[in-house]
Design a protein around this ligand. Structure first.
Ligand code: ZN
Length: 301
């Protein structure tokens, strides 16, 4: 498929317009945007509506920690006007992809401006928990960063982007209040759960549940036998009742931990990815609501 830029040049040549005309005058052509993973792709679509054409690199149920780009990704990036990514060292594979695609558009670090949570890693290069979208308060920051760049790149449709932003932020804030209420109804002494990897630090900080996990903040590293043994001890000692599998990771280790401790599998959480469209978490807001309800169901019994 020809790129927006080549189409634009072709079309402007046909109608005899100056090639120097700003692209914003071509307001019927959606702005090509690449988002690195499904949660960001959904946010860009909510804000951009028909004025953007979004390509999402890591799709539904994909694991962006360990993604390996394919040739089509480099093509999409090279044709994009805007590249939206999480930052906080989440997409370790992105730098090489951007280099290889000669991307010359505008980069949006979606998490820019949130208060990052430091974690005690055993390597030097990833000092902050990247999963900032797991707090709805942070999502407002993401949405504002995306909106500002869309409006700057495509000023002809800026009012549309800001209108969509306002409606979206109202929904985000309403859901934030809903989740605080859901968690407030849970027993105080039964709020620790086990997940596969440490993706819920921001959820924990914002909503007051406590999460432990055999994998660290990335799915990249395998837990050691000693780590797993320590986790099993902790589950027994603290009487942790619920273990949650994640859509993006293999559930076998968690099933084994459940078997050994007698804790039950409380359901599937969506940490780093949306579900397919027919699944329970096909938008960012549905994902946050589904996770909260799944946690509450398991913890309130
Ligand atoms: Zn993760």
């Amino acid at each position: 498929m020809p790129s927006r830029r080549s189409l634009l040049k072709f079309a402007t040549a046909l109608v005899g317009l100056s090639l120097a005309a700003p692209t914003s005058t071509w307001s019927d052509t959606p702005v090509p945007v690449v988002a690195t993973f499904s949660i960001l792709g959904d946010m860009v679509e909510r804000i951009g509506g028909d004025h953007v054409a979004v390509t999402t690199l890591v799709g539904a149920d994909g694991d962006a920690h360990v993604y390996q780009p394919v040739p089509a990704d480099a093509r999409a990036v090279s044709q994009a006007d805007i590249l939206v990514f999480n930052g906080l060292a989440f997409e370790g594979w992105l730098h090489r992809l951007v280099e290889a695609s000669n991307f010359d558009g505008i980069r949006v670090v979606a998490s820019e401006g949130i208060a990052p949570i430091a974690f005690e890693g055993n390597d030097d290069h990833a000092a902050y928990d990247p999963h900032a979208w797991q707090s709805l308060a942070n999502a407002v920051v993401y949405v504002d960063n995306i909106t500002a760049v869309l409006a700057a790149v495509d000023p002809a449709n800026a009012s549309s982007y800001y209108r969509n932003r306002a409606a979206y932020v109202a929904e985000i804030k309403a859901l934030d209040a809903e989740i605080r209420e859901i968690v407030a109804g849970l027993p105080e002494d039964g709020r620790t759960v086990v997940t596969s990897h440490d993706a819920f630090g921001y959820f924990s900080e914002t909503y007051g549940l406590h999460f432990v996990a055999p994998h660290g903040v990335s799915t990249e590293s395998e837990p050691s036998a000693a780590d797993v043994a320590a986790l099993i001890r902790q589950i027994r000692e603290e009487g942790i009742k619920a273990i949650f599998v994640e859509s993006i990771t293999d559930s076998r280790l968690l099933e084994q931990i459940a078997n050994e401790t007698g804790a039950s599998i409380g359901g599937t959480l969506y940490s780093d990815s949306l579900s397919e469209p027919d699944g329970p978490a096909s938008t960012y807001l549905d994902m946050m609501r589904y996770n909260a309800l799944t946690l509450a169901r398991a913890l309130s019994t």
